[in-house]
Design a protein around this ligand. Structure first.
Ligand SMILES: [Zn+2]
Length: 266
């Protein structure tokens, strides 16, 4: 058989319908942004030194892409540039939240350090947090056809074991059919990762995961993302700052004499 040109060698078109998308920018209310930098200020003022702290970015369940608040969890240990997050810490914090709020990422400070990149420890944390928040930030991205070689069409109650030995995938219907397409939903999830530092600098990434519900298709990735401050009626008031001061005093626990092996990991 001869082809007139190479375009005839194209694979058959796979049906795909886009249903949604994942955020490309990190949107945060001005209130949440002010709160993050206020925590940096309070840590430096209360403990007389700049320590790394970590917390979570919070969103309304109905609008997971907008950070509306910063949640400060009880930090295990605050060293100058070292924080590790565990799934149990995240789960425990999620339980303290009102039911309409979800965690959609994590935020931490590099304190007075001028290191604005994410460290290897941070990269581990991104994965841990994404795994945890994926269910809350999940949305359908597409319906995509699964290319099945040798799809076998069978009719309920009228096939044999021999029929089942043939074909790579079987579709059993209640009436005879001659053609079928199998479409799977591709779900996407995201997690925000923000690092801030004294003086008001910030850097942020969005981490993504896509999953095909049937084929096992999985794709993970990340991108550097702009931070977009959104003004709302909510502002950081004097009362908010007083409450935040108490929270920082209770939850940030600087370790002034870190064990040697921890020092070496920095
Ligand atoms: Zn870091």
């Amino acid at each position: 058989m001869r082809f007139k040109n190479l375009s005839q060698l194209k694979r058959p078109q796979i049906f795909e319908k886009t249903l949604g998308s994942l955020p490309q920018k990190l949107a945060m209310t001005s209130y949440a942004g002010h709160k993050a930098f206020k925590i940096c200020e309070l840590v430096a003022a209360i403990f007389q030194e700049s320590y790394e702290w970590y917390g979570f970015t919070l969103a309304e369940k109905a609008r997971p892409e907008l950070v509306v608040d910063i949640g400060l969890t009880r930090n295990d240990l605050n060293l100058s540039d070292y924080a590790t997050l565990g799934g149990d810490t995240i789960a425990a914090y999620q339980e303290t939240l009102p039911h309409d709020l979800i965690i959609n990422g994590w935020i931490h400070s590099h304190g007075a350090l001028h290191y604005k990149s994410f460290s290897n420890t941070d990269a581990d944390n991104h994965r841990t947090v994404l795994n945890f928040v994926a269910a809350g930030t999940r949305r359908p991205l597409a319906k995509r056809q699964i290319a099945i070689q040798d799809l076998q069409l069978l009719v309920k109650d009228s096939f044999t074991d021999e029929d089942l030995r043939r074909g790579s995938v079987a579709l059993i219907t209640d009436a005879p059919i001659t053609e079928a397409r199998i479409l799977e939903t591709i779900y996407g999830s995201f997690c925000y990762c923000v690092v801030v530092g004294d003086g008001g600098w910030h850097n942020q990434e969005i981490h993504y995961r896509e999953k095909g519900i049937l084929s096992g298709y999985t794709k993970v990735g990340s991108r550097a993302a702009d931070l977009l401050f959104i003004d709302t009626d909510k502002t950081l008031t004097r009362v908010d700052i007083d409450l935040l001061t108490k929270e920082v005093e209770e939850k940030i626990r600087p370790n002034l004499n870190p064990p040697l092996e921890t020092m070496e990991r920095m």
